[in-house]
Design a protein around this ligand. Structure first.
Ligand SMILES: NC(=O)c1ccc[n+]([C@@H]2O[C@H](COP(=O)([O-])OP(=O)(O)OC[C@H]3O[C@@H](n4cnc5c(N)ncnc54)[C@H](O)[C@@H]3O)[C@@H](O)[C@H]2O)c1
Length: 260
């Protein structure tokens, strides 16, 4: 169905998973990042540009029907830095997508939009947003912007509130929040294939034992995570104490020590 899929932030952790995991899906994978991505491989186009550069983003989006928007500062940073990459960058992308007639964007949102909810509390797409950082606020902005572009222009978006997507869970918190690379790719693949998706908020998390988030409202997409953090539990629990004062789902970002 996809003719040209744009992946922003393609040099990053998730971008590299996407480059490998989605290579046989779209007719063309257009990969972009502000840093060098190396030469294109078969079936790829490579464009190096800054999301904050509106003109460059217009050219980047042209000819694409779907976008996986991963490009961003991916953790807490100064407001000025977030303003360029996350706020302005996401605005530039949506405005360019609207002009180019893009059908669907999968927006890499974050669990940090709800990071000030207490650990253990189950959240779904209706949960109050309680961002735990300026970074979390930048993702709230992206979610709201995507809602505006859906309601006003019909541009579909899935706001994917990613938990912690790495090769393996790295600490106790990630025993709950881990999204395996394989589950990330299978989820994105589903989200690209569903014929009509509208505007959807989803949590990106594997089938871990103690998950805090429910995607029951999105059963219609037919995605089932395959992986679980359970095989890593013993070694993580042996090597790590419970972080002192860890009360909130956002973990370290929901502490006063982490501020820009
Ligand atoms: N990995 C996770 O567990 C996780 C969790 C929640 C949300 N996310 C979100 O998923 C996305 C990808 O995360 P990641 O872990 O791969 O992060 P990453 O930092 O590894 O990759 C982000 C990429 O975006 C690029 N980028 C940053 N500013 C840019 C700009 N101004 N113009 C163009 N490119 C720019 C960077 O060069 C980098 O390659 C981010 O939006 C992040 O907020 C990731």
């Amino acid at each position: 169905m996809t003719t040209r899929l744009l992946v922003t932030g393609a040099a990053g952790v998730l971008g590299r998973y996407a480059r490998e995991g989605l290579k046989d899906r779209g007719k063309v994978l257009r990969l972009s990042d502000v840093v060098d991505l190396g030469p294109p491989r078969e079936g790829e186009e490579v464009v190096q540009c800054d999301l904050a550069d509106g003109k460059a983003i217009e050219a980047l989006v042209c000819g694409c029907d779907t976008i996986l928007h991963l490009g961003a500062l991916a953790t807490e940073a100064s407001f000025d830095a977030l303003l360029q990459a996350n706020f302005l960058g996401t605005y530039n992308l949506y405005e360019a997508a609207r002009k180019a007639g893009v059908k669907r964007i999968i927006f890499a949102s974050s669990n940090h939009v709800t990071g000030f909810h207490p650990i253990g509390k189950e959240l779904d797409d209706k949960a109050e947003r309680r961002p735990d950082s300026l970074y979390g606020v930048s993702k709230c902005f992206g979610e709201d912007l995507s809602r505006l572009y859906f309601d006003k222009f019909g541009l579909e978006t899935v706001c994917l509130r990613i938990g912690s997507c790495f090769d393996e869970p790295r600490n106790r918190r990630m025993l709950s929040t881990w999204l395996s690379p394989r589950d990330f790719i299978s989820l994105v693949s589903k989200l690209l294939d569903v014929p009509v998706i509208g505007h959807l908020i989803l949590y990106g998390v594997s089938a871990n034992r103690d998950v805090w988030w429910s995607n029951a409202h999105a059963d219609f997409i037919g995605w089932q995570p395959q992986d679980s953090s359970e095989p890593y539990r013993k070694s993580i629990e042996l090597s790590e104490q419970d972080p002192a004062g860890w009360r909130f789902q956002g973990g370290r970002l929901a502490t006063v020590e982490t501020s820009a």
